[in-house]
Design a protein around this ligand. Structure first.
Ligand SMILES: [Fe+2]
Ligand SMILES: [Fe+2]
Length: 433
């Protein structure tokens, strides 16, 4: 049983890091993961490539989860909250501010890769030095991080290889490396070079109010809602609504990135909410592709995006959480009704699974929004519901700016019970007369 000695932890005899040395590194990592979350969420709005956009939605929540775990570990290591919430190094802050100014999809992917690879290397370095017995909880955490970081590094590497070599001097290492050197590396333990002045971050970064789209699917302003009795038409409509939830996710990026000064728990919850809305859009995409053979078979609707980009973050979050998602808890018109429709009327197996989980997610979102909004407005439940009602009215105004269209093709009854089949021709929207 020698292989199990010391609980199979490894080299338990090396002195490793002291608690202050460990905490000094981990506080930097937690900060960088938090900034990575903001980077991914902010750029999810602007990037045009649909696949990169939804991947950013996933990466931002993975970074938030690692940040949250590191923050928990820091509390165990006698680290005061003020230190956990603060900026651990001005050079790291400038590095993260400069990264935010990535100007296009390629630059976003390049910086993403550089940050993920850098953090992965930093965790490996820490893991190799710390005492695996004394600091076992940190080691377990860092080991678990590898399951999100390694695939991200590999996938981003493959993406960048497809694009080909970059122009000299424009890599993430060229742009951000000098700030990392000035910070003494990720963990701060290396010799420091002189801190270069800010370049692009002299002006604060602001999310563009024009979400990027790549033309991989047609777009319309809004759909005409078919009655539930028109089963095939209603199912097609429902898939389109799910697909279009990317608009809600982009709106939540604004809530996440443009609501400064909130406690960490607020950002962590909104990050989860954001990822869930991206998942709902992916559910629509998967159902459309599985049923019709291609994701461009059903157009995405745009009006919600216009509302989200025009609204203030607070109004938008109150409207989403209290009016829209809150309303979906009703029965038989709400989320349970949608699930039952897919199961009993449409008998579409994949959509039944998706709506089942979508319903569970929405219950969570209503609770998150209620909790967070009451923190924003500790004594103003009335004020909040007023804001939500005002947002709902504004959203209806935006919706009415253009005519909705009828989704011209519906799921054929033959496909309903065999959702893996290719639907053949492409669906096109038809203007309502
Ligand atoms: Fe949703
Ligand atoms: Fe939701």
């Amino acid at each position: 049983m020698n292989t199990l000695k010391f609980a199979a932890l490894g080299d338990v005899r090396k002195p490793g890091f002291s608690v202050p040395e460990a905490a000094g590194r981990l506080v930097r990592f937690a900060y960088l993961e938090k900034r990575l979350m903001f980077f991914c969420a902010a750029h999810m709005v602007g990037v045009c490539d649909r696949d990169l956009k939804v991947y950013l939605g996933r990466l931002q929540y993975q970074a938030a989860s690692r940040a949250d775990a590191l923050r928990g570990r820091l509390r165990e290591l006698r680290t005061p909250k003020i230190k956990i919430d603060g900026v651990p190094d001005p050079a790291l802050e400038i590095l993260a501010d400069e990264a935010m100014h990535a100007g296009n999809d390629l630059e976003v992917a390049t910086i993403l890769h550089w940050l993920h690879a850098g953090l992965e290397g930093a965790y490996r370095g820490y893991r190799g030095t710390t005492n695996p017995l004394a600091d076992a909880p940190t080691c377990d955490l860092l080991d678990s991080f590898a399951s999100s970081l390694r695939p991200a590094v590999e996938r981003l590497e493959a993406c960048l290889a497809e694009v080909g070599p970059q122009a000299p001097g424009s890599s993430a290492a060229d742009l951000l490396g000098p700030y990392l050197s000035a910070a003494g590396g990720w963990g701060g333990a290396h010799p420091r070079s002189e801190l270069p002045p800010r370049q692009r971050s002299i002006e604060p970064f602001r999310i563009r109010r024009q979400p990027g789209r790549d033309g991989s699917c047609p777009r319309v302003w809004d759909y005409v809602k078919p009655a539930m009795e028109e089963v095939e038409a209603h199912l097609t409509y429902m898939m389109g609504i799910r697909f279009s939830e990317i608009n809600v996710a982009e709106g939540l990026s604004l809530v996440l990135c443009e609501t400064p000064g909130m406690p960490w728990e607020f950002y962590f919850d909104v990050s989860r909410h954001l990822w869930d809305e991206v998942r709902h859009s992916l559910m629509g995409e998967a159902a459309i592709e599985s049923t019709f053979g291609s994701r461009d078979a059903i157009p995405m609707r745009d009006y919600e995006s216009v509302y989200c980009m025009e609204a203030t973050p607070l109004e938008q979050y109150a409207t989403l959480g209290l009016e829209i998602e809150g309303g979906q808890m009703k029965y038989p018109v709400g989320k349970r009704g949608e699930w039952e429709f897919c199961r009993d009327a449409a008998r579409h197996a994949l959509m039944t699974t998706f709506q089942d989980y979508d319903w569970a997610d929405e219950v969570l979102h209503v609770n998150l929004a209620k909790r967070r909004l009451s923190e924003w407005f500790p004594d103003g439940a009335e004020q909040l519901s007023g804001l939500a009602a005002q947002g709902k009215a504004r959203r209806s105004e935006v919706k009415a700016r253009q005519q909705p269209v009828v989704l011209a093709r519906v799921v054929s009854p033959a496909l309903l019970h065999d959702p893996g089949m290719d639907g053949g021709s492409t669906l096109r929207p038809v203007s309502r007369t």
